[in-house]
Design a protein around this ligand. Structure first.
Ligand SMILES: [Zn+2]
Length: 230
């Protein structure tokens, strides 16, 4: 991945991509809690006000820890695969206990209930960063749709549509935006298959403009997420 200077218009240069407030910090997307070291160079970052940026961090930690716990079926830091998250869980016993309390058995299966709002909050935050950065199209308005689901619970047709949506091949972002530059410098394959793989097995996403503005994200190759604006 390379950092490409944003040559688009000024919509994405001055204000918080989440609320339209002041440009006080840089908000990385994906948030670094979803990635492991070494971090990819030139991680996309968008302007954010301090309140928004700080406001997401608890929910981001919640989602990152919850995902690891669900994947191993236990809220035990010694069992989770990502060492970074194990350390985070050991350092935040309250959060770890909170997630442990979500675990229960259903038909001899381990299931975790979850706080839909907290996950949606993180998914929307990521989507807003991606559309602002990739398409030069900040969207602080409420999206028309937002959902997330583990791959393991998706029907094959839904999975196929999510991964290979045939309608989205003609992605031509606004001239001057970073998305356009990625298309034009395709030798690094950043936009091959439409998916931008930030870190294999950790985070990938795709922005399409075919029918409205649609952001698809995959966390940990486990959770499929989508946000769209008509
Ligand atoms: Zn803000």
């Amino acid at each position: 991945m390379r950092k490409i200077q944003n040559l688009g218009d000024n919509r994405n240069k001055g204000s918080c991509v989440h609320c339209g407030g002041p440009n006080e910090t840089r908000d990385h997307a994906p948030s670094v809690v979803f990635l492991d070291e070494p971090l990819p160079p030139d991680l996309p970052a968008s302007p954010s006000c301090a309140a928004c940026n700080q406001g997401f961090s608890n929910d981001e930690a919640y989602v990152a820890c919850l995902l690891e716990c669900v994947m191993v079926g236990d809220a035990n830091p010694a069992l989770v695969q990502r060492e970074k998250i194990a350390a985070l869980m050991r350092g935040r016993p309250k959060l770890t206990a909170e997630i442990a309390a979500l675990k229960r058995y259903e038909d001899e299966c381990v299931v975790f209930s979850f706080d839909q709002k907290r996950i949606e909050n993180v998914v929307l935050k990521l989507a807003r960063c991606h559309v602002a950065y990739e398409m030069n199209e900040p969207r602080i308005d409420k999206p028309d749709g937002i959902w997330f689901q583990p791959f393991s619970l998706m029907a094959p047709e839904a999975l196929d549509a999510f991964e290979n949506d045939q309608n989205d091949v003609a992605v031509w972002p606004e001239v001057g935006s970073r998305g356009m530059h990625r298309l034009l410098i395709a030798e690094d394959n950043a936009f091959s298959e439409g998916w931008l793989d930030i870190q294999p097995g950790r985070y990938r996403f795709k922005v399409t403009v075919e029918s409205g503005l649609r952001v698809r994200m995959v966390l940990r190759e486990y959770l499929a997420c989508e946000v769209h604006w008509n």
